[in-house]
Design a binder for this molecule. Structure first.
Ligand SMILES: O=C(O)CCc1cccc(O)c1
Length: 426
């Protein structure tokens, strides 16, 4: 059920407390709750804010095949498909040379129940799962509440301090901090995780020099660029871009160089200049949303401290090229939930394996692949760029190479890093 922080129905103890109700916290909560555990989720944003968030604003909108399998095991994939766009091809292009390689995910039909990407805003998944959680008697979801600390005084559980956040805290005369206890805690409280900071875990990595500008338009690139796929990575040494279709918009992602301010990049004339540089129209593009953000590659030094498990952006952040961030976070959530369920059943093996398994995926796979994607989009050396293009062409033309490429880009190859029990809950 959905309750307020000072609601007398909110129990002061739970089997598992989750900080954060994004796609990662929501997935973990549903997996744990379906296994019969008592779960309390604390989400900083007010319910209205979370639900009413501008759908075009969200960062992640790509669900890869193994993520769809996890969500299907949890009974929510069908509903997500109702508000999603099936996207079974993607292309590598070059601003000068045009189409380089066309990949069709049907080549991995034997490897997955979902041989495609589903484009759908991450908030759709959160909404679908929140509605399920609201109807479960063993779940309490508290909006406007931030987990401030998670101490482990006795090794047998986690002592949490939860404080009001957002509008609930603004007046200063709302409820004070709440103390509660849980057997386990999952920190799914995002890149600026209060729990990661409180646990003193270093978030090691780097920040890219350029920022990323995401522009949404109702103009249809399928009619503007004949033969284009719904996901397109377009290389260029001066200004690479990604063109991606979501159910409601086309979205263009551009790098913004260090010398250009946020204000200059977000100026409507500058946005039109960038968009007109993709395909020139005899009128302005219909822009529905634009935002700019800094991009980092960081992996937490620890993914687990005792009975607190880090998952999703609190544990790792990366550039969005390839759409791996939210997906790997949802995989963390499934693995964390499966590990806790096993531990509650007396098998601590998966919990002990969690940190090494999930950190390996974040550090050795997601970080590496997303950075390679960034590098190849902007390759300056012409011979190097043409060489990479030839590799892509060869991979797309050869069924075995295409399958290997698709298994890597769709994250199916990363499944092997998950602890034994991951994905088997529900
Ligand atoms: O590679 C992907 O699937 C996502 C790339 C992308 C495109 C547009 C906006 C954004 O934040 C990421």
């Amino acid at each position: 059920m959905l309750v307020g922080l000072n609601d007398p129905r909110l129990p002061r103890d739970a089997d598992v407390a989750i900080a954060g109700l994004g796609p990662v916290g929501a997935t973990a909560a549903l997996a744990l709750a379906r296994a019969g555990l008592r779960v309390t989720v604390f989400e900083e944003a007010a319910r209205e804010t979370a639900a009413g968030r501008d759908v075009a604003e969200s960062r992640a909108s790509t669900f890869h095949p193994p993520t769809l399998e996890i969500l299907d095991d949890l009974g929510v994939a069908a509903e997500l498909h109702e508000v999603g766009l099936v996207s079974d091809t993607y292309q590598y292009r070059d601003r000068t040379d045009g189409l380089i390689a066309h990949f069709d995910l049907k080549a991995i039909s034997a490897d997955t129940r979902f041989p495609y990407r589903l484009q759908s805003e991450q908030q759709n998944l959160v909404e679908i799962i929140t509605a399920r959680l609201a109807a479960m008697p063993n779940v309490h979801v508290v909006h406007g509440a931030r987990v401030r600390s998670a101490g482990q005084p006795d090794g047998a559980g986690v002592a949490l301090t939860v404080e009001p956040a957002g509008p609930a805290a603004a007046g200063g005369d709302g409820p004070g901090p709440l103390a509660c206890r849980a057997g386990w805690a999952i920190a799914a409280d995002g890149a600026h995780s209060a729990l990661r900071a409180e646990l003193g875990i270093a978030f090691t990595g780097m920040t890219y020099p350029e920022r990323f500008l995401v522009v949404s338009t109702t103009d249809d690139f399928e009619t503007l660029i004949p033969g284009i796929a719904s996901v397109n990575y377009i290389a260029d040494p001066d200004e690479w871009l990604v063109l991606l279709r979501t159910p409601l918009h086309w979205r263009a992602l551009f790098p913004v160089p260090e010398g250009e301010t946020d204000e200059a990049a977000l100026d409507p004339a500058a946005i039109q200049r960038r968009m007109q540089g993709v395909v020139e129209l005899d009128r302005d593009y219909a822009i529905t949303h634009a935002r700019i953000y800094r991009v980092h590659q960081r992996v937490a030094e620890r993914f687990r401290v005792g009975r607190v498990l880090l998952a999703g952006d609190s544990a790792h952040i990366n550039n969005p090229l390839g759409g791996l961030g939210m997906n790997s976070g949802i995989h963390d959530a499934a693995a964390a939930a499966a590990a806790i369920i096993a531990a509650e059943g007396g098998d601590t093996g998966p919990v002990d394996a969690y940190e090494a398994a999930r950190r390996a995926v974040a550090h050795d796979y997601v970080r590496v692949v997303t950075h390679e994607n960034w590098e190849s989009l902007q390759e300056e050396d012409l011979a190097e760029r043409r060489g990479k293009a030839d590799d892509m062409r060869r991979a797309a033309a050869d069924p075995a190479l295409a399958r290997a490429h698709l298994l890597r880009s769709s994250m199916l190859a990363a499944r092997v890093h998950e602890p034994e029990h991951a994905g088997s809950q529900g």
